[in-house]
Design a protein around this ligand. Sequence first.
Ligand code: LLP
Length: 426
Amino acid sequence: MSTNPAAPPPGFYAQNGQFFCEGVAMTDLAAQFGTPSYVYSAALMRQAWQNFHRQVTASLSPAHAPLICFAVKANPNLAVLRLFAALGAGADIVSSGELQRALKAGITAEKIVFAGVGKRDDEIAAALDHGILQFSVESVEELQRIAALAAAKNVTARAAIRVNPDIDGGTHAKISTGNKHNKFGIEQAQVAEIFAHARQLPSLQLDGLSVHIGSQLTELKPLALAFAALRQLVLSLRQSGHRLTRLDLGGGIGVSYRGEKLIDLAAYAALVNENVGDLGCRLIFEPGRFLVAKAGILLTRVIATKANSSRNFVILDAAMNDLMRPALYDSYHDIVPVVTRHAPPQRVDVVGPVCESADIFAEHRHLPPLTPGDLVMIADTGAYGASMSNSYNSRHLPAEIMVEDSKARLVRRAISTLDLLQFEPD
Ligand code: LLP
């Protein structure tokens, strides 16, 4: 029992040699909910939201009616969506599944934007039925399909063209979306023709542009180029008599996983203002990672250790199915023992039990000696962690825990093979 009446600090911190999240000991969370489990700090999510809101949206003129549409794919847990909904968030979705989640969390359709290169008819229909704010259209064929489905329902679809500005975001190739060779968006040279074509589609209100050049961006320069390209398009489309009322500037703001130099949000806001601030358009932002990455950790336990003549392996009960990022993008995540050890570090490879050599969380990492039963945290996994988890090797889908005001609650229980076997006939 703490005798300190002060509220615990937000997020994850060490006290008396062991880690806590908002006043709750990690050891207690592991005992109560098991491992591997994702642990989220509600305070850190709110803090990230306030940061973005204060430095970006609140710094813009209210005439822009700026809207933050949380990129649901980063962390679609209902508890997370509800937290952002209560702060006024909209949602950036890429499937009807994400639409269902956003609506269930209380995010209204007029705050929902729908991107993605392969929207199915049934997904478009569902979004039309709810009357979402915007379809971010990624091909001419899709534009026609949306128009036809809207016409059949006797409704008007609000749409923006997602522009592919052929700009390299300078991020990992697998999360880069703004180059010509990427499948995303429509190249600038085709946009005017599509706007002209859309005039013949009365069920379509095409009055916006959107851009998203990649994720985990750490440089402003590519964003500056992308926003400048949008500006040019708005000006030339207006010259041709088209109405432009909305600009969706995408997400992509990076976070620090390993001391990366980050985009300064005030400079980002200034860039937005400079490039598109005078166009009289509503501005939409789609941050995902920025709002949740630092607010989550993956809590896992050491199953075993082993050494051979070249390596020391620490084998965790979490694996690439729980957290795909290192296997997929060679991404770096800090690995932190829950109970602090004051012993000289050893060079280890931290791996999971999955039968793939890609199932490695860290190679050649210097960590204090770890033994079976020890708890460790894989840091900065609140974004694209649980959301990309799967049951490969017939493993459980990990549990998710939200900690708030010194209380922990299970916001998704682990999903077991027995759960999944229900869907396969006997
Ligand atoms: N808007 C659109 C249209 C997007 O495609 C994305 C992310 C976002 C917004 C949000 O981007 P953020 O602010 O989170 O960077 N699984 C990868 C990231 C994939 C991002 C896909 N699109 C990872 O773990 O790094």
